[in-house]
Design a protein around this ligand. Structure first.
Ligand code: GTQ
Ligand code: FE2
Length: 381
């Protein structure tokens, strides 16, 4: 048997249906024969796929979806009691799986979002990977993440970016379990087949396993507008490894105060936002992930916006109503939801609280890098 015969013995996975529809050829026995010929030779004609492949605007495969924080936390805590953390599995991280992405652990087509949990005294072993990552803390404290030997405290409201290929481990130095969220570009790296991974040490040295109030990276980089003259080389991922809540909170409050004084400072009335930025170049903290904190004050709502690319939100504080495409939810602290590409998004703060604070991350830098990004603000209804 020749190789060609072996190949032809495998049934074709293609299924081309001759259908009567606008822009489609009239179904005839002849057309059916043509389609069987295409299937046999692994060929697909554009005219049967054009609507899916070249839509008028993006129609995401992902679905808008909401995960409740109390449910995530309860299951993570159960996992803390049942599943050990160690080499191989690497992390007690439980990913949000978008219901429309075929059971993959992907929150959106490009973004991974997970709740991670460490019991008192536990260590997550050191490793590094090409995927870019960050941690965000919605509540609790007690874990330090150690990036290239720099020990970084994690507390409520802190944002900790970590560019690809840096060694990292986590340790819980406290007497309580701690949860936080991770965001990574794991699905993007998966589809683009660009992943690299390496194990590090099982245990860090005592000098690395310390619990300083501030990391070395903050002591060097956390003074706004003041660049160390010894560090003039720009880096694609931020060298600042923690952005503290006191600073984020103050920046948002000042935007709203400036707005009250008649100065332009907010995105739209009552909607303040800051983007975490790389102090070496002013750009996004990670090459593939944009991270922001949004504050919508009482009585205000955001504009309705569509963007190319997907986003994941975690409610940091307050309560509100968010609308994503044709879905709407009342959300509170810790709740996480997904905004698929080009679906309209709006959020409003409930009357019962001073402000709705939302942490947001998105894959926008990927699209900007290839000049594929577009956004559109819808007219108010
Ligand atoms: O903490 O190093 O959620 O490597 C997924 C992959 C967390 C981590 C995740 C990871 C990590
Ligand atoms: Fe990791």
């Amino acid at each position: 048997m020749t190789i060609q015969n072996v190949q032809n013995a495998i049934p074709s996975p293609l299924k081309l249906a001759a259908v009567s529809a606008p822009g489609q050829p009239e179904p005839t026995p002849e057309l059916e024969r043509l389609y069987r010929g295409f299937e046999q030779e692994m060929l697909v004609p554009l005219w049967t796929q054009i609507g899916d492949l070249m839509p008028v605007h993006p129609g995401s495969k992902a679905a808008p979806h909401l995960w409740r924080w109390d449910h995530l936390l309860k299951l993570a805590d159960e996992a803390g009691r049942i599943v050990a953390v160690g080499r191989g599995g690497e992390r007690r991280a439980i990913a949000l799986a978008n219901p429309a992405l075929g059971g993959r652990p992907f929150a959106t087509p490009n973004l991974w979002a997970a709740i991670q949990y460490l019991m008192p005294g536990e260590n997550a072993p050191e490793h590094r990977h090409s995927q870019h990552a960050f941690r965000f803390v919605v509540e609790g404290e007690g874990v330090w993440t150690v990036v290239n030997g720099d020990s970084i405290r994690m507390s409520r409201g802190d944002f900790l970016p970590q560019g690809g290929w840096n060694w990292h481990a986590h340790h819980n130095a406290a007497t309580e379990p701690m949860a936080w969220i991770d965001g990574l570009d794991i699905p993007f790296a998966y589809y683009t087949e660009s992943q690299f991974f390496e194990h590090g040490r099982m245990q860090l040295s005592p000098e690395e396993n310390t619990t300083p109030e501030f990391s070395r990276s903050e002591r060097l980089w956390a003074y706004p507008g003041l660049r160390p003259v010894s560090q003039m080389e720009d880096s694609v991922a931020t060298p600042l490894l923690a952005y503290r809540w006191v600073d984020t909170d103050r920046a948002l409050n000042e935007q709203l105060a400036l707005e009250d004084e008649g100065c332009p400072a907010t995105i739209s009335p009552g909607h303040a936002a800051v983007r975490y930025s790389n102090p070496t170049n002013g750009r996004d903290v990670l090459p593939t992930i944009r991270c922001e904190m949004h504050r919508v004050k009482r009585g205000a709502r955001t504009l309705t916006k569509r963007e190319v690319g997907s986003a994941v939100f975690q409610v940091f504080d307050g309560e509100g109503t968010v609308t994503v495409g044709n879905r709407q939810w009342t959300v509170r602290r810790g709740d996480m939801f997904v905004v698929p590409s080009w679906q309209p998004f709006t959020a409003q703060c409930d009357a019962g609280c001073a402000a709705l604070d939302m942490f947001r991350f998105a894959d926008t830098p990927i699209y900007e890098a290839v000049h594929a990004y577009r956004s559109q603000v819808d007219a108010p209804r």
